[in-house]
Design a protein around this ligand. Structure first.
Ligand code: DAT
Ligand code: MG
Length: 148
């Protein structure tokens, strides 16, 4: 069973798409492990996007992520990292196919609604960046045997 970090970024909150996107992951069969609503500090945003430091869009990306509240979620499930990435679509909403989150709700590159970890290793690091160990709630939903 794998875990992944999802951020519903400030544009998602402003556009009132939080419930819609959570519903898609819930209905897919992923299960909630942790969720919180916060406004990311500059320090947290820098750590989260450290891999992009020095790129032309870095400063703008940090301003965007710190510009308003974010919903941070840990989802768990079989192949959770790649399942979430497939559901998100491509980075650029304009190039994301219909049926994906960015394809259905976005047309921007930067304001692309959602972050999802891109590997199990990065998922583990990102989960511990955004959550304390005590925030992670281990539970076995009663439908687990049916969902897989
Ligand atoms: P993803 O969010 O699909 O994993 P990424 O990790 O390559 O994409 O980039 C992180 C975020 O940075 C991305 O969600 C939006 C922004 N970004 C990436 N490439 C960009 C570009 N060429 N211009 C503006 N923003 C960009
Ligand atoms: Mg990325």
């Amino acid at each position: 069973m794998q875990r992944t970090l999802v951020l519903l970024k400030p544009d998602c909150i402003q556009r009132r798409l939080v419930g819609t996107l959570i519903q898609r992951f819930e209905q897919k069969g992923l299960r909630l492990v942790a969720m919180k609503f916060l406004q990311a500090s500059r320090d947290l945003a820098e750590k989260h996007y450290a891999v992009h430091k020095g790129k032309p869009f870095y400063e703008s990306l940090l301003s965007f992520l710190t510009s308003g509240p974010t919903v941070a979620i840990v989802w768990e499930g079989r192949e959770a990292v790649s399942v979430v990435r497939e559901m998100m679509g491509k980075t650029d909403g304009a190039k994301s196919p219909p049926g994906t989150i960015r394809g259905d709700y976005g047309i921007s590159v930067q304001n692309n609604l959602i972050h999802g970890s891109d590997s199990p290793e990065n998922a583990a690091a990102e989960v511990s960046l955004w959550f304390a160990p005590a925030d992670l709630v281990c539970h076995q939903p009663t439908d687990a045997a049916w969902i897989g």
